[in-house]
Write a protein that binds this ligand. Structure first.
Ligand code: AVJ
Length: 305
């Protein structure tokens, strides 16, 4: 059964004067694979740069974190990044969280065989909502939020997530997080306008996902990928642009789009190290340790709760 709450959210977003779709809807099965393909593109530096930072500073990161009782992987997906931490952090328990449990359960059943000593559990979680872990009270938590997924949140919403994590940690544990840094605009723009058109396919695929989820009737032939760096707000914006005047229908309504009309699909905020660290501190974290790459393209931070 489709999740009525998500369907309502989609219809409300499309009905706004400035229509938008939440980037969480990118990640159906095809979208998840297209994102994985993006991470292999020469133009898309974040994933490989973060991995490089993690590998080169693994010991220092483990030292900053200390004992890890429960590892909570936010937006775990295929659990590849989270499980890469097992050998250095040695968590007793691994909690994989994501918007859909299907992917997680597959990933976890494979991992469980490889790491029988770690207790594992999949849990659905929408990071736009308040998190609570009543079954983990009193246990030291290490939250893991890699990949600059935090860039999808407005700074105010990111602050809300940080406060939520600090609250749940109860003065023990913290957050290991990766974030993309402000850099040369051409480098940023290329990362979201790759020559192969994978990012364009990733962006347009959100409409196929909506057609299934919310029974909309988007015709992909009439939408174009559009991504720009908004310097004022320090964010990449992705949009879908209507290439002609058209009407899109959904159960209970329809919407007209003029030629050139935009649907906003994603913000990807970029930070300076100073701004990001001070946002974490404003969220209530007590200390931050940061690591970057030689080009200062990406930042990994451990924030102590
Ligand atoms: C997964 C949110 C970090 O913002 O770079 C990649 C998603 N969008 N190409 C990003 C994405 C277009 C990605 N995040």
């Amino acid at each position: 059964m489709p999740n009525q709450k998500l369907v309502d959210e989609i219809i409300a977003g499309l009905s706004q004067e400035q229509p938008s779709i939440s980037p969480k809807f990118f990640y159906d099965e095809i979208g998840s694979h297209l994102f994985e393909a993006i991470t292999f593109l020469e133009e898309y530096y974040p994933t490989r740069t973060e991995k490089q930072i993690m590998m080169q500073n693994g010991e220092a990161i483990a030292l900053a974190i200390g004992k890890c009782d429960v590892l909570l992987d936010l937006g775990a997906g295929n659990c590849e990044k989270g499980s890469a931490l097992f050998d250095t952090l040695l968590p007793k328990e691994y909690r994989a969280l994501d918007i859909s449990k299907e992917f997680l359960e597959q990933a976890i059943s494979g991992l469980q065989k490889e790491f029988p000593q770690i207790q594992m559990q999949a849990q659905t979680c929408d990071l736009q909502e308040e998190m609570a872990f009543p079954d983990l009270v009193g246990r030291k938590k290490t939250f893991f939020y890699p990949g600059s997924s935090i860039g999808n949140f407005d700074p105010e919403a990111a602050l809300g997530l940080f406060k939520n994590i600090v609250k749940v940690c109860q003065g023990d544990g913290g957050l290991l997080i990766g974030v993309d840094l402000v850099k040369d605009h051409a480098v940023l723009s290329r990362a979201y306008n790759d020559a192969l058109g994978i990012t364009a396919a990733f962006n347009k695929n959100i409409l196929l996902h909506l057609n299934r989820l919310a029974k909309t009737d988007f015709n992909l032939a009439h939408w174009e990928h559009y991504a720009i760096f908004n310097e004022q707000l320090a964010r990449i914006e992705m949009h879908l642009r209507s290439s002609r005047s058209q009407v899109v229908s959904f159960p209970g309504g329809k919407r007209r789009f003029d030629s050139g009309a935009l649907i906003h699909t994603e913000n990807s905020y970029k930070y300076t190290q100073e701004k990001f660290e001070s946002l974490l501190m404003s969220g209530g974290f007590k200390a931050v340790h940061s690591w970057t790459d030689p080009n200062c393209y990406f930042l990994v931070v451990y924030a102590t709760a």
